[in-house]
Write a protein that binds this ligand. Structure first.
Ligand code: NAD
Length: 488
């Protein structure tokens, strides 16, 4: 492999200082648009590094929790301003490290700024309620208190927004934090943590330890001094987090995969439905937990929908995310590319008809990156692997149905329940979809991928631990309730 001359080495952030791992080993973070380019080197940390970070966090949290909510919020406003001032650089790093296009990376970073400001404001809002006691002389109320030290384990697909939507509420409610970002995007994470460092939060309140999930992630699951674990990632790892947390009585929260359907009813606005299916299914190369992956279409509009869809997909420009004319970048890593290709093979083997894409892009400019064509299958049935498992790539499975009842049944026939859309102009169809669909995010005439930071976010069934993140829902995980009875 030809390495660039001098990519930087990024350290762990522990107790207010950037430090190298005690193991003295690093991993290379590779640009998925060109596997010969190293974006940076990150620490391959050890259990000892994690122990140091947890000890620092535990100590710092004692003072941090004594600050008022508004005072903690002031720190978040500061971090937001610093992140905003580094927005272009951080977005560019994100594009280089995980492949999404620069406009998407800028949008995500701007969202990170907005999330920080939102939770800064939450520092001023209520953290309890007065409840009438049967004793007329007593005062009874609830008060929300921090958990203590929170472990934050994040995936590579939103390397700015997800760490921030966990860290910001954790901090504003008085917790100290250990971030373990996905190793694939740890350079981006280091630049985000640098914003917290520049805001001069008290040492130890925010820490970052990079390294393999099996060592640092598992270390967070097992650590007796980590009181809460918030995890976003695959359902396989999520289940391990849950089991480990339950075994030692720690609080946990999981946001995991999706197999998100869009239903196109016979009365749908087809142009709108096509645009939303493409945007929801193929932006970020299909690597969103809320990405559309099953398109369930009523037979009356199946052929015109398919024709419009394919015509638009043919126009998609694939290339490096930093190029101005690129609409879709590469898969985020070689292993993700291989996963996508293996699902495409399974789709073919199980009898679905491949009608577009279905292979790696090997043109001369793209052959050094992890690119795959947007892919469309038809004649997909609900029991096929490509209709059941999360692919996390730009692959759409078209399923033709007779009725909307059948569409709903198929939409619900998966173990996930994150996000779901319907395109229809009929209010009755909308209401029955809202009532019947098993999804935490229900979208009418809008793409399946799309969330607003001030609203609760999370899935049903095996997509989540039945908790919610973001908006005011975040207080539920990051605090515990004390019920207080005062008799003067
Ligand atoms: P992943 O589960 O492989 O990794 C997630 C994190 O867990 C990483 O930091 C990883 O290092 C760590 N990890 C790996 N093994 C571990 C172990 N044994 N113990 C503890 N931690 C471990 O997921 P990924 O490939 O990074 O991300 C893609 C997945 O994330 C998809 O399934 C996607 O749907 C999901 N996701 C969900 C949401 C949501 O909010 N529902 C959002 C984004 C991504």
């Amino acid at each position: 492999m030809t390495l660039q001359t001098e990519p930087k080495t990024y350290q762990n952030y522990i107790n207010g200082r950037w430090v190298s791992s005690s193991g003295n080993q690093v991993d290379a973070s590779i640009n998925p648009a060109n596997k010969n380019e190293v974006v940076g080197y990150i620490q391959k940390s050890t259990k000892e590094d994690l122990d140091q970070a947890v000890a620092a966090a535990k100590k710092a949290q004692v003072q941090w929790r004594k600050l008022s909510g508004p005072a903690r919020g002031e720190y978040l406003y500061k971090v937001a301003n610093i992140l905003e001032s580094h927005l272009d650089e951080i977005a560019e790093t994100m594009t280089k490290e995980m492949g999404k296009t620069l406009p998407e990376a800028k949008g995500e970073t701007a969202r990170g700024v907005a999330i920080l400001r939102y939770y800064a404001g939450e520092g001023m809002r209520k953290i309890g309620e007065v409840i009438p006691s049967t004793d007329s002389e007593a005062l009874m109320f609830t008060s929300r208190v921090p958990l203590g030290v929170v472990g934050v384990i994040t995936p590579w697909n939103f390397p700015v927004a997800i760490p921030i939507w966990k860290i910001a509420p954790a901090l504003v409610y008085g917790n100290a934090v250990i971030l373990k970002p996905a190793q694939e995007t740890a350079v981006t994470a280091a630049k985000v943590i640098q914003c917290f460092a520049e805001a001069e939060l008290p040492a130890g309140v925010v820490n970052m330890v990079t390294g393999p999930g099996s060592v640092i992630g598992q270390g967070i699951i097992d650590h007796p001094d980590i009181n809460g674990i918030t995890f976003t990632g695959s359902d396989q790892v999520g289940k391990m987090v849950a089991q480990g947390a339950v075994a030692r009585g720690a609080k946990y929260q999981l946001e995991m995969g999706g197999k998100n359907p869009v239903i196109v009813a016979a009365d749908a606005d087809l142009d709108l439905a096509v645009d939303a299916t493409i945007s929801g299914g193929l932006r970020s190369t299909g690597q969103k937990c809320t990405a559309t992956s099953r398109v369930i279409i009523q037979k009356e509009v199946y052929e015109p929908f398919k024709e419009k869809l394919l015509n638009k997909i043919k126009e998609i420009k694939i290339g490096p995310g930093l190029h101005g004319d690129t609409w879709m970048g590469p898969c985020a890593s070689e292993s993700q590319l291989n996963t996508v290709l293996s699902y495409i093979e399974k789709g073919k083997a199980e009898g679905a008809d491949l009608i577009y894409g279905g292979k790696r892009c090997e043109d001369s400019e793209l052959k050094h990156g992890f690119y795959v064509y947007p892919t469309v299958f038809e004649n997909v049935t609900s029991e096929m692997t490509i209709a059941q498992e999360e692919i996390f790539g730009p692959v759409l499975a078209l399923i033709k149905v007779e009725t909307l009842e059948e569409a709903l049944e198929i939409a619900n026939d998966v173990r996930f329940g994150l996000s779901a859309s319907i395109f229809t102009q009929n209010i009755g169809n909308m209401l029955s979809f809202i009532r019947e669909i098993d999804a935490g995010l229900v979208r009418i005439n809008a793409e399946s991928a799309g969330v607003e930071l001030q609203a609760p976010f999370g899935g049903m069934k095996q997509s989540s631990s039945h908790s919610r993140e973001q908006g005011q829902a975040a207080i539920e995980f990051f605090t515990a309730i004390k019920t207080v009875f005062v008799k003067p």
